[in-house]
Design a protein around this ligand. Sequence first.
Ligand SMILES: [Zn+2]
Length: 272
Amino acid sequence: MEYVINSENNIKWLTYPILEQFKEIKHFTSLKPGGFSYIHNTNTLNMGFTDNDLKDNVIKNRELLCKTLGIDTQNMIFSNQKHSSNIAFVNSSHKGKGLYNKNDAIDNNDGYIFLEKNICPIVLTADCAAVFIYEYEKKICTLLHCGWRGVLNNILKEALLKIETIGGSKSNIVIAISPAASKCCYEIGEELFMLFNNKFEDIVKEFIETRNNKYYFDLGKCIYYYLINNERINPDKIQNAGLCTICNSHLFFSARASKGITGRMASGLLII
Ligand SMILES: [Zn+2]
């Protein structure tokens, strides 16, 4: 099993068994149902400040999720994500950044690396993947926002280098990849296919499929095969949720499925 769907207080969230075996950490990916936002004619748990939702609803959703999971809301840390390879070293001085106001979030940042307990960095997604990396010997947590741009910008490589920089090892990590846009639905153009074909020629067939002369991209598989093939991570140490965010719109926010008018799921990782 690559994921577990949990529910309480009329909201749902995913957990990943590969991370659940480590009792010193807590993690989650929030899902769409429940909450205070009203998007697509239903109550939703939108976790991101978006143009089509009220700020107060988002704050109430963040409080509801934290209350449900037994996390202090004030420990959350948010970023203004830019599909970069920037990964911030975070600590307790970052607590609350971006919680009530987008302007004080960590700017131009798409990942976190940390060793401190009780801080809860958050990645927001709607078709992109959240990638959880845990180095269980040195207890180093890393959480990434990763779309196709992130892969091309080498955010995965950057994360593994940073883990090694602070004394961790690639051989002592486990990785969970959240649901993301998948090849059943995610059509891409020739130009993007060529970019991946040039850069990842030996694995491109694992994550881009051709149907009726069109290209379909699988983000979770792209990340999974990159980690195995290019970073030599043991496949037994990686769990790819393998769920498509575009065609499971009852569970997920999807930028593609809703043509932009959507909310965000929140993925979080913390040491307890
Ligand atoms: Zn799909």
